[in-house]
Design a protein around this ligand. Structure first.
Ligand code: NAP
Length: 247
């Protein structure tokens, strides 16, 4: 077991990549705090974590709301006494060309994808600093590095998240807290299910490994970063993209 009895928090873990991460960490021994805006899916993930023999609590949390983010970490400490691993996974898209993008779509994506991880990290770093240990793992995106037409808000949020990762890594290293990012390429989830077949075919042509990624491909990289195997990595970005970009 790579994470025996560690305490992990995964945001947006009701479905998709966040759910796969929660189950992966639990399968390696972690107890997992599940949080999401949707109670129904969040509670279902928490049940599935418990079915693996670990403890799990669901706490509703909109990561864009700093009070709710603070509450999520407080509830974690109340339930488990510590926070070893924070995975900032919650994220959304509101795509459109920049020329036509509304203020609302810009603001919402930045609030959830960039301010959300800041809110949760700021809340978690206090207990982690006291413990003198911790792992913060941010789920960024390949488009945060290479850009993508139609995703000005999303790519800016993910590029910002990579910069936030590097800054927090520098601020927290002296307390043995590591901060890293995973940048997925195109992963099969609800987020990519909405793309039409032609777009998917065009994407596939750009992926040397010849397939879209699975949520588990991302979860495996998160598991590595959360474990002692990654003790000497901080401020880094692991690209899980089938080779579509090699930055
Ligand atoms: P997803 O299937 O849409 O899951 C996202 C989860 O986050 C959902 O459970 C969603 O809840 C939740 N969520 C949305 N807004 C939230 C908020 N304000 N606070 C807390 N939770 C919230 O998406 P995914 O594909 O698994 O994406 C997970 C992460 O990976 C995101 O950060 C995304 O940007 C990143 N990523 C995905 C891909 C990809 O190809 N899929 C590629 C690169 C990066 P609801 O069910 O209520 O909406």
């Amino acid at each position: 077991m790579l994470l025996q009895d560690r305490i992990a928090v995964v945001t947006g873990s009701g479905q998709g990549i966040g759910r796969a991460i929660a189950l992966k960490l639990a399968s390696e021994g972690a107890h997992v705090m599940i949080s999401d805006v949707m109670r129904e899916t969040g509670e279902a993930t928490a049940k599935d974590v418990e079915a693996l023999g670990r403890k799990s609590v669901f706490v509703p949390c909109d990561v864009a709301n700093s009070e709710e983010a603070k509450n999520l970490i407080e509830e974690t400490v109340k339930a488990f006494g510590r926070v070893d691993i924070l995975v900032n996974n919650a994220g959304i898209t509101r795509d459109g060309l920049a020329m036509r993008m509304s203020d609302a779509d810009w603001d919402l994506v930045l609030a959830i994808n960039l301010k959300g991880p800041f809110n949760c990290s700021r809340a978690a770093m206090r207990p982690m600093m006291k413990q003198r240990s911790g792992r913060i793992i941010n789920i960024a995106s390949v488009v945060g590095v290479i850009g993508n037409a139609g995703q000005a808000n999303y790519s800016a949020s993910k590029g910002g998240l990579i910069s936030l990762t590097k800054t927090l890594a520098r601020e927290l290293a002296s307390r043995q807290i590591t901060v890293n990012a995973v940048a997925p390429g195109f992963i099969r989830t609800r987020m990519t299910d909405v793309l039409d077949e032609k777009v998917k075919e065009a994407l596939m042509a750009q992926i040397p490994l010849g397939r879209l990624g699975e949520a588990d491909d991302v979860a495996n990289a998160v598991l590595f970063l959360a474990s002692d195997l990654a003790a000497y990595l901080t401020g880094q970005v692991i690209h899980v993209n089938g080779g579509m970009a090699m930055p």
